[in-house]
Design a protein around this ligand. Structure first.
Ligand code: ASP
Ligand code: MG
Length: 418
């Protein structure tokens, strides 16, 4: 059996859905489980809605109306008036009305998951109905009853044994009858509350279903020809990799490449399931295959850019050396503030760290450091990671830039620049 994942960009408009049907028809005769994300930028819009709700912002209803209107427009282009999908979508959105008509009582993260998940619940209703009116039998599956997580809202930790049991018990029987269509990004707790798996988590959902079902492969359909050595939005002359090893793909996502969600590869690697990244507008193209014994060919280096970095340098107030004791204290503060370090370097008296700038977390970190340490910082920086680089690549990339921090190993160089 095959697992397909369609991300937000591939279902952002009516044309995208028409194309999705074409892609699925090409694979007629296979057992297929399809994972779909929220349409277009819906998740961002729902995040805005959650923020507006918590801040009691007067734009709350307007934000919500725009989200509904966007879906309504797509529906009208694809379905005859009176089709049951109109009611299904409206009934799904009503869940948000119920939440926002009262003032927030529960935690931000909990409410976030209950609201943001509606994006995937709606998109899958629409895609499912559209497959069915095009003669492809598709069955809508509520992922929250299959991907079981703990109560870590916005970053649900998957309970593998329980998840595997639910999937194996019920999904193969459904696959006998037709396509199974489900939401990416969503999980459910033991009390039946909705969790999400972290932004861009739909790839991970596809990997979970694939690993539990022993799929032949996972295909993630994207708006690029495959995995490229650099983001075509920022670089000309990018090249596509035909193959990559799981390990190279893990390294890439670790350094911030946004092509695949970082948690996706491990379950696939453990189960020896290849991950294909293919263009949704050209389903017969080869794309990129990620697998164990791939031939990595690095004609050009892999370039990964991460914007919005802050670089801080930490010195002890008593001018003591940066020692293991200091470091363990500093790391603990990073962990407590849920901050992930992207790059770090220490010298005798100071410790420099670069990480993604999120104002609230940053301020909280500074407050917790300030008792014992002096902190200097720069923000609005760019983190460049180059894998399989040459000195020429390096020169080209750093021309006209001020390098604030640099680190080299045999394969990888990282630079924080302004
Ligand atoms: N819709 C979610 C997001 O945008 C999950 C995903 O697209 O993978 O983060
Ligand atoms: Mg998305």
């Amino acid at each position: 059996m095959l697992v397909f994942k369609f991300g937000g960009a591939s279902v952002k408009d009516a044309e995208g859905l028409v194309n999705l049907v074409k892609v699925v028809k090409k694979f007629d005769g296979n057992k297929i489980l399809i994972v779909v994300s929220a349409m277009g930028k819906t998740t961002n819009a729902l995040e805005k809605l959650v923020n507006a709700y918590f801040n009691q912002n007067i734009n709350l209803n307007q934000i919500f109306d725009e989200i509904k209107q966007y879906h309504e427009d797509i529906l009208k282009q694809l379905f005859e008036p009176g089709h049951s999908v109109f009611d299904e979508v409206a009934n799904t959105f009503v869940e948000i009305d119920w939440i926002i008509e009262e003032e927030p009582q529960d935690s931000f993260d909990f409410i976030y998951d209950q609201i943001v998940s509606i994006g995937e619940l709606v998109s899958t209703r629409i895609v499912n109905a559209y497959l069915n009116i095009n003669g492809i039998k598709s069955q809508w599956l509520d992922a929250r009853g299959f991907i079981h997580t703990d109560n870590t809202y916005r970053e649900g930790q998957v309970q593998w044994n329980k998840t595997q049991k639910s999937i194996i018990e019920r999904v193969p029987k459904l696959l006998e009858k037709g396509i199974v269509l489900t939401q990416g990004f969503l999980g459910g707790t033991s009390e039946n509350f909705t969790t999400t798996l972290g932004r861009e988590g739909s790839d991970y959902s596809a990997a979970i279903f694939a690993a539990c079902l022993g799929a032949e492969s996972v295909t993630t359909w994207k708006d690029v020809p495959g995995i490229l050595n650099a983001d075509p939005k920022h670089f000309k002359d990018t090249i596509k990799f035909d193959e990559l090893t799981y390990n190279e793909a893990i390294e890439m996502t670790f350094y911030g490449a946004s092509v695949i969600h970082p948690k996706t590869i491990k379950p696939l690697q453990n189960a020896h399931i290849p991950l294909l990244v293919k263009p949704f507008y050209n389903p017969i193209a080869e794309g990129t295959v990620i697998k164990e014994n791939a031939t990595n060919i690095f004609i050009k280096p892999i370039i990964i850019l991460k914007e919005n970095q802050v670089l801080i340098s930490i010195t002890a107030k008593d001018y003591s050396f940066i020692s293991e004791n200091n470091l363990s204290e500093i790391f603990l503060l990073f962990a407590k503030n849920n901050l992930k370090i992207n790059m770090m370097q220490s010298s005798a008296l100071s410790f420099s760290v670069s990480f993604d700038y999120v104002e609230a977390k940053f301020i909280s970190l500074l407050n917790s450091l300030k008792e014992r340490y002096k902190v200097k910082y720069n923000n609005n920086l760019l983190l460049i990671t180059l894998r399989h680089y040459t000195e020429t690549n390096l020169k080209d990339l750093t021309a006209n830039k001020t390098i604030l921090l640099e680190q080299k190993s045999r394969n990888t160089i990282q630079l924080v620049v302004s």
